[in-house]
Design a binder for this molecule. Sequence first.
Ligand code: FAD
Length: 442
Amino acid sequence: MQKVAVVGCGAAGLCVLRHLTIPRKKDLLSSDPIRFEVVAFEQAPEIGGTWVYSPETGYDAYGLPVHTSIYKNLRTNLPKDVMCFPDFPYKPELPSFLHHSDVCAYLKDYAQHFNLHKYIKLQTKVEAVEAVPSSDGLLNNSVKWRVTYQNLSKKTSSNLAVKNDEANMISDVFDALIICNGHYSVPFIPEIQGKELFQGIVIHSHDYREPEMFADKTVVCLGARSSGIDISIELTSHANKVFLSHRGQPLQCEFPENLFEKPGIRELTSDGVVFEDGDFHQIDTLILCTGYKIDFPFLHENVGVQTEHNRVTPLYKHLIHIDFPNMAFMGLCLNVTPLPLFHIQASFVKAVLTGKISLPTADEMRKDEEEDFDERLRNGMAQHYAHMLGDKQWSYNNELATICGCELLPKYFEDIYEFVKVKRSKFPATYKEMNIDFPFED
Ligand code: FAD
């Protein structure tokens, strides 16, 4: 029996928990099914990760930074058909583009259905993970992991401010470790010339909750990825004017009449912004929709993982620690359908841990990792998008599924995703009103 620790119980953690705790029919039939003793650590009082909405920003009741980046009115940018685990559909009566509360309820139903709660320690924060050398003092393939965690519910009001409350710390050693701590929680704050002069409000999209507080204001949203576009459109119903500032190609779409696309920000002044086209506008608020930093604050140096410009190394297929394949990092991939991808990644991790598949040698895996990265750079991808898959997600999913022998995702996942991608780019303000019936008509 292998002891496995899972850090985090958002969608990724729940998915890997489901795969490690439910034997497949084939495993049951085998004379020696490999079983796992799994413990999943979740620092929040409930499961669901970023989908557990909170109107709070800043720090929570236990002195931890608020994890969720979801805002009050958020509806998903993917339809329910492709933002589910393939073996657990949403209720058919729900609309295609879901309110965040439906996603949270779905994850809770999933946990209930697969009987996952008995493996989960809520309000338990992993504070440290370190590699335990084998008896000869070496860190090798059979390395184990010491996990030190803290039961937050035992924190008293007098010690809430204390970061590491030694009396509450417990350590345990595991044979394998799966990291699922989420990557949309630690804001990336860019340097902007003149920021210290600006007298208005500056927030990151992580702390954006509702448009009402921007009534009659002039707002700049910096960054035109999913959150930047979605938040700037939502703001137009209350704000006086919204500028969507970004350095990409002009967006070819219909926007509400008080939303204006602008290039990047050259500098901030005390009461406004100078865009890179030289235009000055007075503004009240700047919302930084500038993305997030990947962070593993609990990993000890001897785990041998580096995170530079949001690139985590050394990882095979964005997932398996190359030097210690009994450690995996779920959910690093960007621009994907996350839940189906988690399903495939979890099957792959299970196959590695059971020994059902053998991985290439460490040198071969490192070569694969480097070649993949170099190809991205050659194709003009910025360094911090090392884990961006986009169109490559389908071949990635198929490759992993084929290697580990799990079912491929149905082709309609890709068809629906591509169909919605086009609608979203042309009609960002209205595409969520669509109801997608499959097979659908364009
Ligand atoms: P999370 O959901 O962040 O879960 C991580 C968990 O780990 C949290 O519960 C956290 O408390 C816990 N944790 C962290 N550190 C520790 C620790 N030290 N000890 C114990 N527990 C810890 N995806 C879609 O499919 N469709 C969408 O429309 C969509 N919209 C999005 C909109 C926004 C604004 C954001 C931020 C994300 C959106 N996503 C969307 C992506 C979303 O992040 C994924 O769908 C998915 O929920 C990620 O799951 P996760 O488990 O990787 O991370």
